[in-house]
Design a protein around this ligand. Structure first.
Ligand code: C2E
Ligand code: MG
Ligand code: MG
Length: 721
């Protein structure tokens, strides 16, 4: 509009303006801007419809009489200040109808200048823009909620923000609350705007649903809150709550998520527009709930291992970074059940996860578990623990506690399974990168496997050890392919007669690259890399060939025992492969024996029994090797059809010691009762020999009699007896 002069005098102007304003369908008020209180001098018909007042109720009053609780004070002052400036402007302000209903009023102010250049009157267009403003408010709210969702993500906070914003922005003086349906299908108050949450919780909201069992889809209304809420009456009065409107919030699949409620103050009535607004608000709430859930799910995926639910590596690493940022130092422990891969091979991946899950469960149940620990799954077969500020003594104690958790068998695939742990330990501090600390724990874990110890610490030299392992692993393939392996035989001696009653076949490897590599080094690597069956079969074939030649030449022949790794022993094809090879060389079953290391890997009694029985039925005898160092006890061994026990070298080495003497004596006596043949390994001195004779040990093996020898030497030896 332009401030052009009207060709009318002041007195002619007013009737003209009144007349013309009646032609309009939007509310028009004419005010006197010469007077300090800017009174209405005329309002048109549409204005009375808009405000609900009669013409004569307004004339002489001013815009002040249209204000109410939600009218912003500053905006009202600004409106009057702008009137006084006598230049056109537009403004949005909350006004109230006579019956107390609020509406957003879009006010356009235009002073009218008469022919003398004086502005006595102004025309004010008023338009109800409530719908528009509510929509604007909804998008503003939506925007703010999205920002909060990104930054915060806690459902409780987001819903509280929604209730507070609605209370603030909404045209009506109301309170808001949100109830959500929790996992137990109960309705719980979670956000309450400016009301105390306890008040909302105290009100019996199950009533809102009409019945405790079902909810309906439409908006539900409670007329008089005080009737049903005797307990909260005081507070209901304090906040002047009269009634409550609730709108159920559903997912797209029509699942009830919760309720959005408006608590109405005093006698105010809700209009259709309010209900429509409630309807438009609920998708925002539903979306927030959905988004928060998705975010939590994403967080779960990012920080938790899906198959076991335990924290994942990322989770552990993040916590460790925080420790190091706080200048905390400590130890890293990598734990791996030694039998993991066998369990996965035998029963499937699911049971590998099950084992890790059970282990972690037991770990967390350790009494007075070091409070300052973090943990997570490190790989499919291992998990990692961080210990804060661990001095050597407490770390040792902690590790002992961990080892204890495997003392009782685990139930995997309905079977009782004993397992052992391998633990790699390193330290972390601010001087070392975290990746390096973790790498060191991993290296120490490899070391523990290589050394066949339960715990290994990363020390200077550990890296070289691992490098050596890698070199061996690389060369192993060539070694097998090029048949670089040979057999040495070590005689088994009858301790009563000194006669050779058999041989044990031991693998020897001379690699053109690495030189001589001891079985103690390459056997564990072959086991781990899945090459052990090739090594074992290669040795078996050489032994069978040796026997075959002697038989065909009609020479003296004694049983030869081959070492079969437990990893190989349990493989599906073991028995069939073994039998077909033996039959190929036509060796009678009594000339070939099997030695299986006494290891916890003989964990599956049922399966071990099955294999051993199958072999026994066909006439093949089996011995349990290195008895005593591993896990087994005679009480469980008696359930397995082994025909021979080989007492480990370490026992014989210490047999001078009276305790050890007693132990060996007991083993020999018990074995006899179980009708098992006993062989003492690693006899090096005549003293050991005579002690064993006295104890009643039937057979022995060791450098005292013979070292392992090449086949030609063994042949010569056999030919001389
Ligand atoms: P083992 O089956 O217990 O074999 C006995 C080991 O003790 C052999 O070591 C032998 O050389 C050594 N030994 C025998 N008498 C004495 C003694 O009086 N004093 C000392 N200090 N040592 C003695 P070796 O040949 O180094 O083999 C080590 C282990 O490697 C074997 O222990 C066996 O478990 C494994 N192994 C050897 N060959 C094979 C094979 O072909 N297949 C599999 N799976 N394992 C094998
Ligand atoms: Mg052996
Ligand atoms: Mg042995």
């Amino acid at each position: 509009m332009y401030n052009t002069k009207m060709p009318l005098s002041k007195d002619e102007l007013l009737p003209f303006l009144c007349n013309i304003s009646e032609q309009f369908h939007i509310g028009i008020a004419i005010i006197n801007i010469e007077k300090n209180d800017f009174p209405f001098v005329y309002v048109n018909q549409a204005f009375t419809t808009l405000t609900g007042y009669l013409q004569n109720e307004l004339i002489g009053k001013n815009f002040e009489s249209l204000t109410g609780v939600k009218t912003c004070l500053e905006q009202n002052e600004e409106l009057f200040f702008n009137f006084s400036k006598k230049s056109s402007f537009e403004k949005n302000i909350i006004h109230y109808q006579k019956d107390g209903t609020a509406f957003w009023n879009h006010v356009t102010f235009q002073p009218i200048i008469d022919r003398d250049g004086i502005a006595t009157y102004a025309i004010i267009h008023c338009k109800d823009i409530t719908d528009q403003m509510l929509n604007k408010m909804l998008s503003k709210l939506e925007h703010e909620v999205y920002i909060e969702l990104e930054e915060n993500g806690e459902l409780k906070n987001i819903l509280q923000l929604i209730t507070e914003k609605v209370e603030k922005y909404y045209i009506r003086d109301i309170f808001c609350a949100i109830h959500v349906v929790n996992q137990e299908r109960n309705l719980v108050a979670i956000a309450s705007g400016s009301l105390p949450l306890s008040l909302i919780k105290a009100m019996n909201h199950l009533e809102i649903g009409g019945s405790t069992a079902g909810y309906n889809e439409s908006v539900v209304y409670i007329n008089d809150l005080s009737i049903k809420n005797n307990k909260s009456n005081k507070l209901i009065k304090k906040y002047k709550l009269s009634s409550c409107w609730s709108k159920p919030i559903f997912t797209n699949e029509k699942r009830l998520l919760g309720y959005f409620s408006i608590y109405i103050k005093g006698e105010m009535q809700l209009r259709q527009a309010d209900i429509d607004f409630l309807k438009k608000l609920s998708p925002i709430v539903a979306l927030s709930m959905k988004y928060v859930k998705q975010k939590q799910e994403l967080k779960r995926l990012a920080f938790y291992d899906i198959s076991t639910g335990m924290p994942n590596y990322n989770n552990f690493y993040t916590s460790l970074v925080m420790w190091v940022d706080e200048k905390v130092n400590g130890a890293i422990l990598l734990l791996q059940p030694n039998e993991y891969s066998s369990i996965v091979d035998l029963y499937g991946r699911k049971f590998g996860d099950e084992l890790i899950g059970q282990l972690v469960h037991r770990f967390l149940a350790i009494e007075d578990l070091h409070e300052e620990i973090i943990y997570g799954r490190f790989s499919t077969s291992s998990f990692i623990i961080g210990v804060k500020q661990a001095d050597e003594e407490s770390l040792k104690q902690f590790i002992n506690q961990i080892i204890q958790i495997t003392s009782v068998p685990f139930t995997i695939a309905d079977r009782e399974i004993f397992i052992t742990l391998k633990i790699g330990v390193s330290h972390f501090n601010e001087c070392l990168s975290l990746d390096e600390s973790i790498r060191r724990a991993d290296t120490a874990l490899t070391k523990s496997r290589l050394q066949n110890s339960v715990v290994a610490y990363f020390e200077a030299g550990t890296d070289e050890l691992i490098q050596r392992e890698l070199n061996i692993l690389n060369q192993l393939q060539f070694g097998i392919k090029n048949e670089e392996f040979t057999v040495h035989l070590q005689p088994k001696i009858n301790l009563a007669t000194d006669e050779i009653e058999g041989f044990e076949a031991l693998a020897r490897w001379h690699s053109p690259v690495l030189g001589h590599v001891s079985p103690a080094e390459f056997i564990p690597i072959a086991e781990k890399s899945g090459k052990i069956n090739e090594v074992d079969n290669l040795i078996l074939r050489k032994v069978l060939k040796f026997q075959n030649i002697r038989i065909s030449k009609g020479l003296k022949i004694v049983p030869i025992a081959v070492n079969i790794s437990p990893v190989h022993f349990y493989s599906e094809t073991f028995v069939n492969d073994f039998l077909s090879l033996v039959q190929k060389y036509h060796i009678p079953p009594n000339y070939i024996k099997i030695e299986v290391t006494e290891s916890v890997e003989l964990f599956d009694f049922v399966k071990a029994k099955e294999i051993l029985l199958q072999l026994k039925k066909l006439g093949y005898e089996s011995s349990i090797d290195d008895f005593g160092v591993g896990f087994s006890s005679l009480s469980y061994l008696q359930q397995l059809p082994f025909s021979e026990i080989k007492i480990d070298r370490s026992f014989i080495n210490d047999i001078n010691n009276s305790d050890m003497h007693a132990v060996v004596q007991t083993i020999v006596q018990l074995a006899e009762k179980l009708r098992m043949h006993v062989v003492a390994e690693g006899i090096e001195t005549s003293e050991q020999y005579s002690i064993l004779q006295k104890i009643g040990c039937k057979s022995g093996q060791g450098f005292y009699f013979h070292k392992p020898m090449p086949l030609v030497e063994a042949e010569n030896l056999l030919n001389t007896i």
